[in-house]
Design a protein around this ligand. Structure first.
Ligand code: 5GP
Length: 189
């Protein structure tokens, strides 16, 4: 069976990337399979192991990293690591589906470098930093300290936008979903 392609989506947190991804997953012709990353942070809210993430203890995460089981991993926030397991890429692309990854900017650029033309990297841009701050506050799962850290990181991440294959502004959700869906279709053609 023809192996699936790799779609990498990256954006500052609060940009609406996860919502865009869940809408894209409902478009059957895109044949997407979500890449469930591993993380060393504990579950938030209603998150379940194996759905949003594989939740590993910091020790388990380290052991897998030492064992070269990750395609890439990053310490995205101080003390908190996230990574894509080789076994996850195989699980999804091996079944002929296109793997959609929601990963941080550095991880995205590393995956693009590794998979080259087999991968499409897309950066989702918030309409403005002010709008991003408002969205993070509305989400209300994060502490003030965490919001401040995410905003600082957002400004840093935005400086990498032009290193991606494509950029999409998430002003209106429907338009952003259409635009990203269109990019994925042309990439698959
Ligand atoms: P959160 O804790 O809000 O779910 O995610 C925090 C950040 O980790 C997001 O920017 C997300 O894109 C990033 N992330 C999630 N999975 C991975 C991964 O497998 N690798 C890398 N490098 N970053 C990831």
């Amino acid at each position: 069976m023809e192996k699936g392609r790799i779609i990498i989506l990256s954006a500052p947190s609060g940009t609406g990337k996860s919502t865009i991804i869940s809408h894209l997953m409902n478009i059957p012709e895109l044949k997407l399979g979500f890449s469930v990353s591993a993380t060393s942070r504990p579950p938030r809210g209603s998150e379940r192991d194996g759905c949003e993430y594989y939740f590993l203890s910091p020790e388990e995460f380290r052991r897998k990293a030492d064992n070269n089981e990750f395609v890439e991993w990053e310490e995205v926030y101080p003390g908190t690591c996230y990574g894509t397991l080789e076994s996850e890429v195989e699980r999804v692309t091996g079944s002929g589906r296109n793997l959609i990854m929601d990963i941080d900017v550095k991880g995205a650029l590393n995956v693009k470098k590794r998979f080259g033309d087999k991968a499409l990297s897309i950066f989702i841009v918030p309409p403005s930093i002010e709008e991003l701050e408002a969205r993070l506050r509305n989400r209300s799962t994060d502490s003030e300290e965490s919001i401040r850290r995410r905003l600082e990181k957002a400004e840093y991440e935005l400086s990498f936008a032009d290193k991606f294959d494509r950029r999409v502004i998430n002003d209106s959700l429907d338009e952003a979903v259409n635009e990203v869906g269109g990019l994925i279709k042309s990439f698959m053609a």
